[in-house]
Write a protein that binds this ligand. Sequence first.
Ligand code: SAH
Length: 267
Amino acid sequence: MEKLLSKGEGWLESHPEKELIARRYLKHRTSLMRQALARLVEEESPDADEAEEAHTAEEEAVEAPIYLNDQRLDAIVAALKDSGATSVVDLGCGEGRLLKMLLRDKSLTRIVGMDVSYRALAIAQSRLNLDRLPARQRSRIELIHGSLMYRDSRLAGFDAATVAEVIEHLDAPRLAAFERVVFECARPRTVIVTTPNVEYNVRFETLPAGKLRHKDHRFEWTRDEFQEWASEVAKRFGYTFGFAPVGPEDDKVGSPTQMGVFGCGNL
Ligand code: SAH
């Protein structure tokens, strides 16, 4: 991996096929490749995480007047309760807001947060006070670094996975990889996905017309687009799919957040 990184210095980080090159060079050894790509991403855009933080603040400012963040977290926690899950992995956990709520739920015995951003994980670590939790609490939760683009055996064996406000950060052509990683390889019994409903954007007073809520969003879907995607994924991987609006509902444009709950019989 070190040899690849040193040989690739100056060109590999910005090469459009860097994943393929890294995969071949490292002879398909996924964990090494993941480490190499994580370092390449950092080298390519050392400020990316800071930019991400600023953007998150921007998105929150748009959504703040309706306390959307809280409503979204409450909806996810309620859906998790309904599913009866005792173990959950929060994919793209960011700074750990959902994890913090999950820790309070005593019925959850195993909670894992995963993110591709080291910086977000470091913030989560301090927000959750992980270093100061009593041993019994500490043993219930774990933060791991990883990418939803690669199969990862650490993601298998959970009752439920949550993917909150993450898919819209993935390039549309890469969604297929995400789908296989979650629904084929990790394959939890329940998958809860939330994403913005673009139709609602006209109701945000501070958001200019036609603009997405966050600069890093690669897309924002209408309700139809989300449901079409979700139904197709559910069918392909043998899950059921249920749709739920989150936040204040508007007759014309629906609710600001859309949530999908996927279920399969596999325990
Ligand atoms: N779920 C959190 C954070 C949403 S922001 C919340 O609801 O508050 C989107 C998060 O997805 C960021 O933390 C970003 O680092 C993460 N992310 C983006 N691409 C990812 C990938 N390929 N694998 C894992 N995490 C990813």
